[in-house]
Write a protein that binds this ligand. Structure first.
Ligand code: UDP
Length: 324
């Protein structure tokens, strides 16, 4: 039996991944400080004896060392998440991403354990090329715009991890997650899908930021999990960076209309200028679409869920969460 250490395993993506790893007959250690993840995301799995939940931080080097030493493979998902959360906790977010990841990398080096590193489409920054390829330049904005600290810190994580890989210290695979959505994603950290769905269910104004023409693609967490498992099982992925994302590009205004229709909501759609939501220093990406041909070629990945199906899933998850 293979044992995985999943940092951030009590988070939204982490909890789905742990579920899939356990279903595949693996053992799972979860290290999570519950800053944005929660123990209850794993509650349905606590009956499985192969799951161990260790509350704690990736900056706790002795705990990390003990866990990395006994695991066969490390999956590093622990990171600050959500634009809103990052803007409200900029220093903590940078330190988690830089100091925390450095400790994870040092522990992997000590025990020569392979690492899967979760990164983000945020590293492309203001790059306007579409679709975005893994080799495209990062276009990071000014340091006075706090949002870019996240992109910069995750890019640094990638540089550090690839440097260890190229030194022959341990194999590293990196995935850049594009907007990933689905059951158990909290609206608390600013993500658009659960926020708009909650507003629609409650017949409250649906807040579309800016003029709503900015576009994204959305991946169901089940597809994202399948892609991670595919990469874990693909030894040639070591030393490589892969986009994981959806292919159906949609503007946020169109998304709000789809959600309103599918939730049969009486909500109004309200356009809110960015400076009313964040501050005058906020910058958004006008367009973010992944090129997933590298991932497709490596593991045959194609997203299976349509946007309509994804929205249906999120609506039923949020309806259940709101009555609970
Ligand atoms: N957004 C929005 N209303 C919300 C939350 C977000 O219009 O209540 C917009 C946000 O400005 C961005 C897009 O939706 O253009 C996606 O936001 P999210 O924070 O989910 O992810 P991002 O792609 O910005 O990392």
């Amino acid at each position: 039996m293979k044992r995985y250490l999943v940092t951030g395993g009590a988070g939204f993506i982490g909890s789905h991944l742990c579920e899939a790893l356990l279903a595949g007959g693996n053992g799972v250690y979860v290290l999570d400080d519950q800053s944005t993840g929660h123990r209850h995301n794993l509650a349905h799995l606590f009956g499985n004896r192969e799951l161990r939940f260790i509350p704690g931080s990736i900056t706790d080097a002795p705990t990390l060392s003990r866990l990395v030493g006994t695991a066969h493979h490390v999956i590093h998902l622990a990171a600050a998440v959500g634009v809103k959360y990052i803007l409200e906790n900029p220093l903590e977010s940078i330190l988690t991403n830089v100091v925390g990841t450095e400790r994870v990398l040092q522990a992997c080096r000590e025990f020569e354990k392979p690492l899967f590193l979760a990164s983000t489409s945020e590293v492309y920054g203001l790059q306007t090329h579409a679709p975005l390829r893994e080799t495209d330049y990062s276009v990071i904005g000014a340091t006075s715009v706090s949002r870019w600290s996240y992109a910069c810190s995750k890019a640094l994580d990638e540089f550090m991890a690839l440097a260890f890989h190229h030194q022959g210290a341990f194999p590293v695979t990196i995935a850049r997650f594009f907007n990933t959505v689905g059951p158990r994603q909290s609206p608390a950290y600013g993500m658009v899908m659960p926020r708009l769905v909650d507003q629609a269910i409650r017949d409250q104004p649906m807040t579309v930021y800016g003029d709503g023409t900015q576009t994204r693609t959305f991946t169901h967490v089940a597809d994202c999990t399948a892609a991670i498992l595919g990469l874990l099982a693909h030894p040639e992925a070591a030393g490589e960076v892969y986009n994981i994302g959806g292919t159906q590009e949609i503007s946020i205004l169109q998304l709000a209309n789809m959600i309103k229709l599918q939730a049969e909501s009486a909500s109004e759609i309200q356009l809110l200028p960015y400076d009313k939501v964040y501050n005058s220093n906020f910058e958004d990406m006008p367009r973010r679409v992944p090129d997933i041909s590298k991932l497709r070629k490596a593991i045959g990945f194609t997203p299976t869920m349509s946007l309509e199906r994804i929205i249906t899933d999120v609506i039923s998850d949020r309806r259940a969460a709101l009555v609970a």
